[in-house]
Ligand binder design. Structure first.
Ligand code: SF4
Length: 430
């Protein structure tokens, strides 16, 4: 009897690429993949611990798995599993907890996936992790997330990621190109390069991120690459110039700023100041004027006064950017910021977050408005939403059209004619 397996992923694109790789091993071995929440024989939960809320959602996912599949073998892996291994193992119903180094080893330890009397733990100290495990997503979406790098060597004082993903390590350029070729063979046209600190790609192999993108550009079948989040100090002039010159690397950047106050950037131990950040943004504006610029910012970091926040607001307001990813500071156990003075009240965090969300809406609407009447290439996705389907232009404008299966996974010429009430671009395929 074919066993059913379901997967649930919390967190980032990197986690999605890894879950998808784990799922491929199950389906390659003849297991039937079903939706999370459907009754199944095995449930794999890939967790996140970037905030306290993420931890809570992981525990809720375990509860849901137990409720919907009471007899299932439940395996928990990922960042929260590495951070709180014992705690998760004590949750009744959990059969296996796999730390970061064991994420892809379920079949090494289990074959029939029968329910266990107690949870088995497979994990190690984060300092012991040296190996890079490659991964890419396939099946669920039209675009593929390709894991090119893992871990981080940066000392950001609010961040727990280095303590759960380990030191920075990456694939080689040659191996990454092979992965991209495999993804092309599967029929994907767009790849999103993902990792923890992707700009640090190759640091252990005497290679660089720039070396990588030059080689990826030559891969046949892949027509579009998006660079997911990249540190401001690592987005070099040559990367910007290359993206400006070569069509496959799309005019879309996601860059974490975190604060527009140099005082707070110092307390965060970030590796740049606002001058450097502004220079990078202005260089992109100059060489790639149509580029979409999504910026990460944290509100409520310990020590952030009203004045510091005003500086952040003014700084962001003065930049030609397209969207803000606004995060409320979440204290993480064991990080230096946990013991820093100047805790910001929940009320102030909420108010500051709302103010930046409003600013983001203004920037985003202005960005979309700028492109009404222009032509773009849109890759349409397979998912059907009511009568609609969605796709993204090169510069990350979300377009909405009436569902037409002939458009799935096609890159078509598209004329933007307006922006609808939902904030999506409308237009015609030409
Ligand atoms: S660069 Fe900083 S914020 Fe990003 S993963 Fe590394 S330590 Fe965390």
């Amino acid at each position: 009897m074919q066993k059913k397996v379901s997967f649930h992923t919390l967190g980032c694109k990197l986690n999605f690429s890894e879950t998808s790789s784990i799922a491929r091993e199950f389906t390659d071995k003849g297991f039937e993949k079903v939706q999370f929440g459907e009754k199944s024989d095995i449930v794999v939960i890939n967790t996140c611990t970037v905030t306290g809320i993420a931890d809570k959602k992981c525990r809720q996912a375990i509860k849901k798995a137990k409720k919907t599949s009471p007899d299932a073998f439940i395996a928990v892996t990922g960042c929260y599993a590495q951070a709180e291994t014992e705690k998760i193992a004590e949750i009744p119903g959990v059969d296996a907890v796999l730390g970061m180094n064991e994420k892809f080893n379920l079949f090494k330890y289990f074959s029939s996936f029968e329910k266990q009397k107690q949870a088995h733990i497979y994990s190690c100290e984060i300092s012991e992790i040296q190996r890079f495990d490659s991964a890419f997503s396939s099946g669920d979406r039209t675009r593929s997330f390709l894991k090119i790098q893992d871990g981080c060597d940066y000392p950001c004082t609010y961040c727990t990621i280095p303590s759960v993903r380990g030191k920075s390590r990456s694939n080689t350029v040659a191996e990454t190109v092979k992965q991209a070729e495999k993804i092309a063979e599967l029929g994907f046209k767009e790849i999103i390069l993902t990792g923890v600190n992707i700009g640090d790609f190759g640091s252990g192999n005497n290679e660089t991120f720039f070396d990588l993108i030059k080689e990826l550009d030559k891969v046949k079948g892949i027509e579009r690459y998006r660079i997911s989040s990249i540190e401001p100090n690592l987005i070099t002039g040559e990367i910007i110039e290359f993206t400006a010159k070569y069509d496959k690397f799309l005019p879309h950047f996601h860059i974490p700023l975190q604060s527009g106050s140099d005082k707070i950037l110092k307390l965060m131990k970030r590796r740049y100041n606002t001058d450097l950040f502004r220079n990078k943004i202005e260089k992109i504006n100059q060489l790639i004027p149509d580029a979409f610029l999504g910026i990460d910012v944290i509100v409520g970091f310990p020590g952030e006064t009203e004045k510091d926040f005003e500086n952040t607001f003014k700084f962001l307001n003065s930049l030609n950017i397209s969207f803000l990813h606004v995060f409320s500071y979440s204290v993480r156990p064991g990080t230096p910021a946990e013991d820093m003075p100047g805790k910001v009240s929940g009320k102030d965090i909420k108010r500051r977050s709302e103010k930046l969300h409003q600013l983001s809406d203004i920037k985003h609407n202005a960005f979309y408005g700028k492109f009404v009447g222009t032509k773009h290439k849109v890759l349409f996705e397979s998912a059907k939403h009511g009568n609609s389907m969605f796709g993204f232009t090169e510069n990350y404008i979300k377009t909405e059209v009436t569902y037409n299966e002939n458009l799935i996974n096609k890159i078509v010429d598209f004329q933007i004619t307006g922006v609808n009430k939902k904030g999506n671009a409308e237009g015609i395929v030409i």
